[in-house]
Ligand binder design. Structure first.
Ligand SMILES: C[S@@+](CC[C@H](N)C(=O)[O-])C[C@H]1O[C@@H](n2cnc3c(N)ncnc32)[C@H](O)[C@@H]1O
Length: 295
């Protein structure tokens, strides 16, 4: 079962007991939205680019149906979606980035090398090329750059070469094929706790979903939508994303135009008890910011 990450910490910063309008930019299966509504948020607008996730969230949130507005959209279209609803300011905003554990586990999605599935990897299956198509169409240099940049894989060139070689023998169409190609391309030195395919899978997922693109512009837009006293919380799961969030929140604070103050000097991390209960929480980092109340 999917368990939302760092709920107590997110609620501590978002303070939904004040009531008001909240945006959950990554509603997923509805865990955080449910907690916000239970804790006093008046209404939540919930975004997700994955229609299956939204259908599930609809069921999870059925008891609060009249207070939730679920939107199939990329959160990078936040301003457009709020404008269309006549919303100028929100009291709180949450973004719990990345893929959900249910997306990872769900058969047929192609995110995980733990099962053999068609190599899709799109969070939004209504648009964009699949990972198989992206691998088929990219040149070797692009593949190497993607695997290096988004996977921080030292052997990115070898992996890219192996993918291009494999392509000459037939399409790379399943997670099983991809995992085999990567594992064979990476030199084994002793025992490693993590599967050598992990970094390449992460890289391709970030690339296919353009996960880092426009994250800074989204955070600027989000900050400018906060009502005075409004709060925002961002939870990340890998260092590339956390770095962007940290630098962008600091930059917005220094610019001074949105009146934003960062509330977390260092990121909050889950408690040991949470990680014991839910090992997927282990890499989570939470950062929060607040817009000053009007002078
Ligand atoms: C970590 S999960 C969120 C889980 C959620 N907080 C919960 O309690 O169930 C991230 C979700 O964000 C969605 N997502 C990722 N990037 C997105 C984007 N750019 N726009 C909209 N949704 C996105 C994914 O489809 C996924 O469902």
């Amino acid at each position: 079962m999917h368990e939302p990450v760092m709920v107590a910490e997110a609620l501590e910063h978002l303070a939904p007991a004040r009531g008001g309008l909240f945006v959950d930019c990554t509603v997923g299966y509805g865990g955080h939205t449910h907690a916000l509504l239970d804790a006093g948020a008046t209404r939540v607008i919930g975004f997700d680019r994955d229609q299956d996730a939204l259908a599930h969230a609809g069921r999870t949130l059925a008891e609060h149906e009249s207070r939730v507005d679920l939107v199939h959209s990329d959160y990078r279209r936040l301003n457009e979606v709020l404008d269309a609803r006549g919303v100028t300011a929100v009291d709180g905003l949450l973004a719990d980035l990345g893929v959900s554990s249910m997306q990872l586990d769900e058969p047929g999605r192609g995110f995980s090398f733990r099962r053999d599935d068609p190599l899709d990897m799109r969070m939004d299956r209504t648009s964009g090329p699949t990972a198989a198509e992206a691998i088929r169409d990219a040149d070797e240099r692009t593949l190497a750059d993607v695997i290096y940049e988004f996977g921080e894989e030292r052997h990115s060139r070898r992996v890219a070469r192996a993918l291009v070689d494999a392509r000459t023998r037939g399409a790379v169409e399943t997670t099983g094929q991809l995992a085999d190609i990567v594992r064979r391309a990476i030199p084994r030195k002793g025992y490693s706790r993590i599967d050598p395919a992990t970094r390449t899978f992460q890289a391709l997922r970030i690339w296919v979903n353009r996960e880092l693109e426009g994250l800074d512009a989204f955070l600027h837009g989000a900050a400018s939508r906060l009502a005075p006293g409004g709060r925002m919380v961002v939870i990340t799961f890998h260092s590339l994303e956390d770095r962007i969030v940290k630098h962008t929140l600091r930059a917005i604070q220094s610019e001074g135009t949105s009146g934003l103050t960062v509330r977390t000097k260092r990121p909050m991390v889950p408690t040991e008890a949470e990680v014991d209960r839910n090992p997927r929480a282990r890499s989570a980092k939470l950062r929060a910011a607040e817009r000053h109340t009007a002078e």
